[in-house]
Ligand binder design. Structure first.
Ligand code: F6R
Length: 357
């Protein structure tokens, strides 16, 4: 671990960020508008059947947009039930009234692909979201629509593009409302936040850099609830993949029935934990109170905590801003640890071995 890394040193970025993840982060608001715009030009052409349930198939970075879209749909009266499936095959209950979203950036992820054939056998409606690969190949062969991701990026960095694109595709399929206004609001909020957390903004006034400094040498545990639960999981995975570091996420209120006790042992680990609580005015009032209770309990046990409270009225804007903050914090943490944020060599190694065995 490099102790004296200066996040305000501009040469740090060119030295470590060899594939320029920084420029994708900088483009986050622009990509958000672009994903929505491109979904507007997509014609999914399904047969107009009623959609009672949506199953999101996807792994890792390609699962996040579905999880966030499901979080937003859960807040909408009359929206279909959603099921997130991060595994081989398909969950039980997929039928002709189920929409199966097959999300894989590469189009070649074996768990996701393994569900496609099974979903087709049930007569479900399928829509792919991918850059191509086998998902696109199967879609062409079997005749189901797929939305082409045109962004060139590591899969996880496509989120600012793929989340609004997915919301647009769902709207085109008659699921959820037209989120044109929400997307505009989100883009504006993202632009407002971005200026304060870009590399040029010095650490003293940069919330993302400060979070990364606090994460250094500690295990971040990100708490979310309601709307911010999927964002907390995104922070965890971004710290894992960008910084190549431990991180965990928890969800309130559930964590108050178990995880909150974990802080007691091993006692010597307490000073090695850093709890980030993602609060938002859109969260259930009782859950918001639980954020406060969590901070109080952890404070008594001398665990370092930080609460981020999203501002702005729109749910999508709040979700997007909290995501951008976490993406930047994990990026800065990678640099603090002296790591290039883009490569995920161990994931590649696992995929290569599975392809052979
Ligand atoms: C890499 C990343 C990974 C992949 C995952 C699935 O940036 O985020 O978590 O998203 O290994 O691969 P794809 O997205 O190609 O289906």
């Amino acid at each position: 671990m490099s102790a004296g890394v200066d996040l305000d040193d501009p040469t740090l970025y060119s030295r470590l960020d060899s594939q320029n993840m920084g420029s994708l982060l900088r483009d986050f608001p622009k990509l958000f508008a672009e994903g929505w715009r491109q979904a507007g030009a997509f014609d999914p052409k399904l047969d107009g059947r009623r959609i009672k349930k949506i199953v999101f198939l996807g792994m890792g970075g390609s699962a996040v947009a579905g999880e966030m879209a499901a979080g937003l749909l859960r807040l909408e009266e009359g929206a279909p039930a959603t099921v997130l499936h991060h595994d081989y095959g398909i969950p039980p209950g997929v039928d002709r009234e189920t929409l199966v979203i097959v999300s894989s950036y590469s189009g070649n992820t074996e768990e996701t692909l393994s569900g496609v054939e099974l979903a087709l056998e049930t007569g479900a409606m399928l829509v792919g979201i991918t850059t191509g690969g086998l998902v696109a190949e199967v879609a062409e062969k079997k005749g189901f629509p797929w939305f082409p991701i045109t962004l060139k990026s590591p899969p996880r960095c496509a989120l600012p593009y793929s989340l609004p694109a997915l919301l647009g595709v769902l709207w085109k399929l008659g699921v959820g409302r037209n989120r044109e206004k929400d997307v505009r609001e989100a883009v504006q909020a993202l632009q407002g936040l971005a200026d304060g957390i870009v590399p040029e903004t010095p650490t003293a006034g940069n919330a993302a850099k400060k979070l990364a400094v606090d994460m250094r040498g500690r295990i971040p545990v990100i708490y979310g609830g309601g709307l911010t639960a999927p964002v907390a999981r995104r922070w965890k995975t971004q710290v894992n993949e960008n910084a190549k570091a431990w991180a965990f996420s928890e969800e309130l209120p559930e964590a108050h029935h178990n995880a909150i006790l974990g802080v007691e042992q091993p006692a010597e680990l307490r000073e090695r934990l850093f709890l980030v609580l993602l609060d938002s005015p859109a969260i259930h009032l009782r859950t918001r109170l639980r954020f406060q209770i969590t901070t109080d309990i952890l404070g008594e046990r001398k665990v370092l905590t930080h609460t981020w409270t999203g501002s702005g009225s729109g749910h999508l804007a709040q979700m997007a801003c909290a995501t951008l903050l976490g993406d930047y914090a994990s990026y800065y943490l990678a640099l603090i640890y002296g790591r290039d944020p883009t490569p995920v060599e161990t994931i590649d190694r696992i995929k290569a071995r599975l392809a052979r065995e």
